[in-house]
Design a protein around this ligand. Structure first.
Ligand code: HEM
Length: 578
């Protein structure tokens, strides 16, 4: 009895606490129940794979993701810390990049990885910071002044590249074309942005060479952070790749700030209106009274990183593909000749003057071939965003706040449901209408330049640069892989570079069979006897190459040196320079 009494009295004393506990328990249970039933209604994309499988397939990451995308247009990849959602569905892509654009951005992950190099540049920020730079830069990138100035810069640099190719042709050397394109596109973007000659191509400026090297190393180091889980510790201790990065950024800053300061001084000291002379982007920014040096530094370096590797890797894949498809190479060369009306005696410099807005616009087949290159080998093969709040994608499945949501340009370029049964074929004609003019596709299907409000700002700039380079090179040379049998692969990085780098990469032979140029070839052709010509045409036929009849061959020989050489070129004499 005593025991029961005690019990009642104790419980009586703590009754309010008990009621509160019961009340809280009921509340929590109800909440949990409610959440469970909402969760029940939520659907998450099928699991395609796990992070461990992704790591083991890292060397072929984009093909691995393509295989998964063949099974599910959108799938999840289970990771230790966050869920990763990958989509190849154009409806989802449109939603992420345009319809619900504010909910998907760079986020803290990309910012933290890239900010040591790019500061608060357009490439790494969201919201107001991004909007301000985008407005500022898109105005500048659409001006005629910039268009004209950049075209001249591209031509100058394409000519420098052509001379390197010419030397290689004369000495029967193969060239590592990706490396040359990287140097050349950096020279171009640097000149257009800062008005300064870097000359990484010829290496005449010591400072310029140091900048190029520091920039390339720094870009590689920030990319490495995406796979190096210890980078923050290394940064804290200033060791290894992080110490290298810090040193490179210091060198880059010194160089860029020096240029910015000297430009500011020029502007302040100039009493006359120098608008006509201010062609580079930096001078134009200063003209608009933007003098925050850190802001200018960040935006300039973001543009350098955005424009350099993307353009050079696209050009490299393009040359690789036209070597694999010589008919396509010939078609483009023919288009160049028709557009420029080039005479066979013209020098390469004269030829460059024929490359104008008008002739570039005539290069519809070239435009289609570059686009087809980007469809299959997009410079940015995978592009991830951070989801800022829980959401439902158009396919009805859910994504959560903090999820990494990526669209897959590489996989999308290979999807039959987007491009038809010949999706994996390299066929530039798919981009031409019945009048053989280029016809664009929805940017949510062809995603190489992203789409929506953050679509690549340099798209038109990049096409113009690539077309000028291709016109000049293909007007003068035929290219052939140095090792036809070698399988070319990509390197898994932020951009889709051809694996190999250094001097192995994509080698292109640019010499004729005995190492001499066009003039020598023409001379040899004139010496061909009628019998040799007839025999020659038989050889051509037996190799199932384009049929060159005896008549056509002689006519071509008589017609003009150039045509003759083109005919000659078709049967395997690789190139010609004038
Ligand atoms: C073939 C060449 C190029 C390709 C395939 C390409 C592709 C892309 C892609 C996919 C993005 C989105 C990246 C992201 O933020 O997630 C992008 C953004 C950007 N691109 Fe390009 N790009 C090329 C050339 C250039 C060039 C030459 C420039 C300028 C010099 C440039 C300037 C930019 C800028 C400033 C952005 C950021 C836009 C923004 O966030 O609002 N790009 N580009």
């Amino acid at each position: 009895m005593m025991f029961l009494k005690d019990f009642i009295s104790i419980n009586h004393a703590s009754l309010p606490a008990t009621i509160l506990a019961v009340f809280l328990a009921v509340l929590i249970l109800t909440k949990l129940q409610a959440r469970k039933s909402t969760e029940k209604r939520k659907r998450y994309h099928p699991i395609g794979s796990t992070i461990l499988q992704q790591i083991s397939n890292f060397h072929r990451l984009h093909d691995f993701l393509t295989d998964l995308a063949c099974n599910h247009k959108t799938f999840r990849l289970l990771s230790f810390f966050k869920t990763e959602v990958y989509t190849s569905d154009p409806a989802n892509v449109e939603y992420i990049l345009k319809t619900n654009f504010p909910n998907y951005g760079k986020g803290s992950y990309a910012y933290n990885n890239l900010t040591d190099l790019l500061g608060d540049g357009i490439f790494v920020v969201d919201g107001e910071k991004w909007r301000h730079q985008r407005k500022f830069a898109s105005y500048e990138f659409s001006t005629k002044i910039l268009r004209d100035f950049s075209s001249e810069v591209f031509k100058t640099n394409a000519l420098k590249l052509a001379r390197v190719v010419s030397e290689a042709a004369a000495s029967k050397r193969s060239i590592e074309i990706q490396d040359l394109f990287m140097k050349s596109t950096l020279d171009s973007v640097f000149k257009v942005l800062l008005g300064v000659e870097l000359d990484g191509m010829c290496g005449t400026s010591e400072e310029g060479t140091r900048f190029s090297e520091a920039f390339d190393t720094a870009s590689a180091m920030v990319r490495y952070r995406y796979v190096d889980v210890f980078w923050k510790i290394k940064r804290f201790l200033n060791i290894g790749s992080e110490a290298v990065l810090r040193k490179c950024v210091k060198d880059l800053d010194e160089f860029v700030y020096k240029i910015i300061k000297s430009k500011i001084e020029q502007v302040q000291n100039s009493h006359t209106d120098l608008l006509g002379k201010k062609e580079d982007v930096l001078s134009r920014f200063l003209e608009l009274k933007e003098t925050n040096q850190k802001y200018l530094r960040d935006i300039i370096l973001s543009f350098v990183i955005a424009g350099k590797d993307t353009t050079s890797s696209t050009l490299s894949w393009f040359f690789y593909l036209i070597c694999k498809y010589p008919d396509i190479q010939e078609k483009i060369a023919k288009e160049v000749m028709e557009a420029t009306q080039l005479g066979h005696n013209s020098s390469i410099e004269e030829f460059a003057t024929r490359i104008t807005e008008e002739t570039i616009d005539k290069m519809q087949y070239l435009h289609a071939t570059l686009t087809e290159t980007l469809r299959l080998y997009p410079a940015v093969p995978l592009d991830g965003k951070m989801c800022f709040s829980d959401d439902t994608l158009p396919d009805g499945y859910n994504v959560k706040k903090g999820d990494y949501v990526a669209y897959l340009p590489y996989a999308m370029g290979r999807m039959r449901f987007i491009w038809g049964d010949d999706a994996e074929e390299f066929r530039p004609e798919r981009w031409l209408d019945e009048n053989s003019r280029f016809e664009s596709e929805s940017p949510f299907k062809f995603t190489a330049f992203q789409a929506g409000p953050r679509i690549c700002l340099g798209k038109e700039f990049a096409y113009r640069q690539m077309k000028i380079f291709c016109m000049l090179l293909l007007g003068y040379y035929r290219f052939k892989l140095s090792d036809e049998k070698k399988t070319v692969k990509y390197r898994t990085m932020l951009t889709l570079a051809i694996d190999g780098g250094g001097c192995v990469g994509l080698g292109v032979v640019t010499h004729d069979s005995d190492g001499n140029g066009l003039v020598r070839n023409a001379w040899m052709l004139r010496l061909l006897t009628v019998c040799e010509a007839a025999l020659f045409s038989v050889v051509v036929k037996s190799h199932a190459l384009r049929v060159v009849t005896f008549d056509l061959f002689v006519k071509a020989t008589l017609d003009s040196e150039f045509k003759a050489l083109i005919t000659w070129g078709k049967v395997g004499c690789y190139v010609c320079n004038a």
